[in-house]
Design a protein around this ligand. Sequence first.
Ligand SMILES: [Zn+2]
Ligand SMILES: [Zn+2]
Length: 611
Amino acid sequence: MDNITLARLLDETAALLEIDGADPFRIRSYRRAAEAVEQQTTPLATLATADADPKLLLAIPGIGKGMASNLRDLVATGSMPLREELLGRYKPTMLELLRLPGMGPKTVAMLHSALGIADIDALEAAARRGDLLPLPRLGQKFTDKLLKGIEDHRKNSSRFRIDVARGHAERISELIRTFPGIDTITPAGSLRRGRETVGDLDLLVTGPACEPEVVAAAVEHVASLPLIDKLLARGQNKVSFTLRNNLQVDVRLLPRASYGAALQYFTGSKHHNVALRQRALKRGLTLSEYALLRLEDNTVVASATEEAIYNALGLDYIPPELRENCGELEAAAQHTLPTLIARNDIRGDLHMHTTESDGTASIREMAEAAIARGLEYIAITDHSKLLAMTNGMDDRRALAHAERIRQVSAELAEEFEAHRGPQWQSYETQLRRGNTEARKPTVPFRILAGAEVDILLDGTLDLSDDTLAQLDIVVASVHSGFNQTAEEVTARVLRAAENRHVHILGHPTGRKVLGRDPYKIDLAQLLPAAARLGVAVEHNAAPARADLSDLHLRQAKEQGCKLVVNSDAHATGELDRLEDGIVQLRRAWLTAADLLNTQPVKHLLTHLQHT
Ligand SMILES: [Zn+2]
Ligand SMILES: [Zn+2]
């Protein structure tokens, strides 16, 4: 039994436990074990035998004594007692039901016991017949939402969010790179162009091991990667397979000489490539995945790098995010492509949470993590009280929290002046690592005291004006009443934007990528109003939200909106989401000058004032 199968069995057991209403801690331990098993490069089947040293299994993080015994059972018998017991009660197809909106483990368990429903087809049929209506809490509204959810699920289940796809790309690349003679691995396709979702993964590999005479061995290495679920095809220099979540991966091993042409070709988009090939033909050239050739005598004009190909066609290099045939070829010909915003342009992050509401880190921990990521300032914006599950703050707590935030900020400033503390430590670490671009800290790191205040159903705010006036940054967001009409929700957010204490409209559309439709908000009305009022509009960088699409971001710029990109981090690691946010900004042709949080904190604060 391979690691992938072992991990899948553990994962399924976790989900079955969830349906069974088991202890969350127990469920998590199975999930963690599944992840750990999947990441192992040695086949666990060799470690989980009766005569192997038991310490080897226990050395894997996330595997305790109980889990080790489960693994030994799985390897020896193909199953384990707990799994058999659960499968006596439930079917594995019930696990897919959990991915539908409104379907928690309890509902799945109830539908199973009341109507014997165990898969999506049966659920859909029952919903259409109206069989769910008499069940407690399910009703007509639930049925309608569920049917729409099933339709979306069928449409979306073949697409993956960009961060999920990138995570897989990184893990696969790591494994491929263990083969000697591999230098470069680049994901191409929509992942490289930064689309919000990805249908399949194209990995382009090159290095001495990919030259035609020797490539067979490298192909063999790729075809036997431990995380392959189904091997679909294996050619001279290409391997196709699926992962256990059904994501299809195509790995191409290419000689260095044609790597640029392949990268250009497989990055797309289709429309960009069609336009580019037409341009080549007009110049007596022909462009393929192997090279840019002169038509008359087939001599190679360019093939090793993308730059050389674009330049030979009379174009500046076009960043992948712009390759959608939306004017980038014309701009590249006239040398007017913008210098796109990059992660290093971002100086501050203005939306994040701490343990004061639903985050997992303290004020100081968030600040130190931001410093380690080269930021100069952050705003701590914990939730207001509306949603009980976020442990939101009332006025009294919001002010006390602001006080503590300013205290930590002052401590950091003191440490900075005394040439100690995290800013200097981070700078020195970077120098030691040989980072010549490390910026010497010149000003103390600043933590702005803020809040993410709920916009109530009528557009009033969840904290008093008096409280808001005492904060440095107020992010106003909608977290409730998603069913309001376009008129209602637009008027509601506009009313909040008119409050002169509000600086930023947080995640203004509320959509979840592949998950939840946006509120019916009318951005054509909201964006110009925000521009007029001087309220900034947030691009929420969480990949699940990616709140403004590239199209919306372009509109926001055209309307003259102030824009900010924020991580909305609830844990220190989530500050890295800024990178995901930047990709969407680049797709919208934005530059550093188009964002407010590329500015030093002093300028930022003057620009955030209401006009
Ligand atoms: Zn929020
Ligand atoms: Zn938030």
